[in-house]
Write a protein that binds this ligand. Structure first.
Ligand code: BG6
Length: 556
């Protein structure tokens, strides 16, 4: 942290009487306060329309601490509560912003410095423009000078509901703030284990050279929750699982596990490497969505307050994706998430190919896996095969476990938000999502939402707290996908046309041609290249379908 810059900071929370303040902001600030990590001079100003004053806001904060059972001593509570001040006003009321400016100027005066300002928009995005316009008019968004009193803005997802609305939102943010000032929160980036993925891959030299299609067969990412939609029916119903956690958390997990090595571990390099990977995600066609996705809703969802009685919003989904770049082309990826799944399972599973030739009996040998687990334990696990001790040659599966934590109970969001607030204060954007990332994530998800709207994946049902839906989805997708692998031998004019057509209709096409040049050219279009007939045979699941498009003759 740059001490001089962050030594005097005011956090202004718009929407201070709302849900985000209770669930995320107050618990995270208390954690930072306890650990002595807040800046030396620090205040929180709550802004809301309620007829409150400083004392009433402090009472509200004290109630939040009590509700969350945060075990705070009287002395600690006094010190923490004294950080809070209140500014009443509606988001439209220009006068309230002038009063806010006076309040902040008073704090600066008492400190004898020009403090830095962090504006946290804990409000729905519809209010952003009004708030920014009023802030700008009151002069609050301008720093005191080039090197004193920065201003930054923290915003929460949803970053729009599709690519177009995300662009509109960015236009609003961009009118007043440069990219370096905008901190878009995706709390998954702040999860300890996910921060660890980059270190595991790039600081060690153990796996990185095997990290790609040559050695890795598939990647599966899970975000299974025990929680249901709870009291968020009205919000969730217009959103669904794919928009709620797929477009953001799951794609970010995918980016971390598949991105290229960044130029450095600095914020700009890491954000750019994530963005480059997200840009390379293939935009799925209708046929691909129909072949690789599954949607379901848990029984009882329709009875939740705020949910429309005939809603077909998904509370579970599974979706197949692929990355169109040299490292990952041809590697199937699945992302899946569900609420009320009975068991929390939040992990990235990287499955390696069988060794070729495999000197093991195929009936017992399974594949190596690297698993980055976030819940129920935070751990990295490497599954491998070893000889069973004893006189026989039998193999058994064993694993190396790197175990971070096991938690009996986890307070949702607290540690992640503490890290994010701290980084917002110190000006480190690594764990925040850039404009480019948001755009690419929507460009991948929009075609899926569109295909679903056109009926590509009929809504299935599942019993709440019953994890079987995940297996049913996997089996259903596997059934559909295995029918859709094909090899094309001979990539002349006709062979190329056939390969392209099949690819565009959602088939996984493996192409072989006598001269490798033509094959290479098609690889850029999403066709998997084989450079020998043996390779072609290996790349296709049995029973194999191969279209032979070569002239009659001896070679054929
Ligand atoms: C949020 C979603 O972004 O992430 C919630 O809106 C979801 O619906 C939550 O429950 C999951 O976060 P975590 O940290 O509990 O895995």
């Amino acid at each position: 942290m740059n001490d001089t810059e962050s030594a005097s900071t005011v956090l202004v929370v718009f929407g201070a009487s709302g849900d985000l303040m209770s669930r995320k902001i107050v618990p995270a600030l208390l954690l930072l306060h306890r650990r002595g990590l807040l800046p030396a001079r620090f205040r929180v100003v709550g802004f809301s329309r309620r007829e409150w004053d400083d004392e009433r806001l402090r009472r509200h904060v004290a109630e939040i601490m009590a509700d969350q059972g945060m075990g705070v001593s009287a002395e600690e509570a006094d010190a923490f509560l004294s950080l809070f001040a209140y500014q009443r006003g509606t988001f439209e009321d220009a006068g309230a912003y002038s009063s806010l400016a006076e309040l902040l100027a008073g704090m600066d005066e008492s400190w004898g410095v020009c403090s830095s300002k962090l504006f946290y928009l804990a409000v729905p995005p519809e209010n952003y423009r009004t708030i920014f316009d009023r802030l700008a008019a009151s002069g609050l968004t301008s720093p005191c000078s080039d090197d004193e009193g920065w201003t930054r803005v923290l915003v929460e997802k949803p970053f729009g509901k599709d690519a177009e609305t995300a662009r509109e939102l960015d236009a609003v943010l961009g009118t007043l703030f440069r990219e370096e000032q905008v901190y878009r929160i995706d709390h998954y980036l702040a999860k300890e284990m996910l921060q660890g993925v980059l270190n595991f891959r790039f600081i060690n030299n153990l796996f990185e050279s095997a990290w790609g299609s040559q050695a890795i067969e598939r990647i599966d990412i899970f975000l299974h929750e025990t929680l249901g939609v709870e009291a968020r029916g009205a919000f969730y119903n217009g959103v669904g699982a794919l928009r709620d956690v797929g477009q953001n958390h799951l794609l970010q997990m995918l980016a971390l596990v598949t991105m290229e090595q960044p130029g450095s571990m600095g914020s700009a390099s890491i954000r750019e490497a994530r963005a480059r990977l997200l840009r390379a995600l293939r935009k799925p066609t209708y046929e691909e969505v129909a072949a690789t996705s599954y949607r379901a809703q848990y029984d009882g969802y329709l009875d939740i307050e705020g949910v429309e009685p005939d809603s077909d919003t998904e509370t579970y989904f599974r979706l197949g994706l692929s990355i169109d770049d040299a490292r990952w082309r041809g590697v199937p990826i699945s992302i899946e998430s569900g609420k009320r799944m009975g068991r929390a399972r939040k992990e990235i599973v990287v499955t390696f190919r069988h060794p070729r030739p495999c000197l093991c009996s195929d009936s017992v040998h399974r594949q190596n896996r690297v698993v980055f687990a976030l819940e129920p334990t935070e751990s990295i696990r490497i599954d491998f095969w070893a000889k069973k001790p004893g006189l026989s040659q039998e193999l058994e599966e064993r694993s190396f476990d790197f175990f971070l934590y096991e938690r009996e109970e986890r307070a949702q969001y607290v540690e992640e938000y503490a890290k994010l607030l701290l980084d917002g204060i110190s000006g480190d954007q690594t764990l925040f999502v850039s404009t480019d990332e948001v755009a690419s994530m929507w460009e991948t998800i929009d075609p899926v939402l569109d295909a679903w709207e056109r009926g590509a994946a009929p809504l299935e049902r599942y019993a709440p707290d019953e994890p079987g839906v995940s297996e049913r989805a996997a089996a259903s997708v596997a059934g559909r996908v295995s029918e859709r692998h094909v090899g094309v031998v001979g990539l002349g004019k006709m062979g190329t046309g056939i390969a392209r057509n099949l690819r565009e209709s959602g088939w996984h096409v493996v192409g072989y041609n006598r001269s490798g040049e033509r094959t290479k050219a098609l690889v850029a279009e999403g066709i998997e290249g084989a450079y020998s007939l043996r390779e072609l045979a290996r790349a296709l699941p049995a029973p194999r379908i191969v279209w032979v498009m070569v002239p009659a003759g001896d070679a054929t």
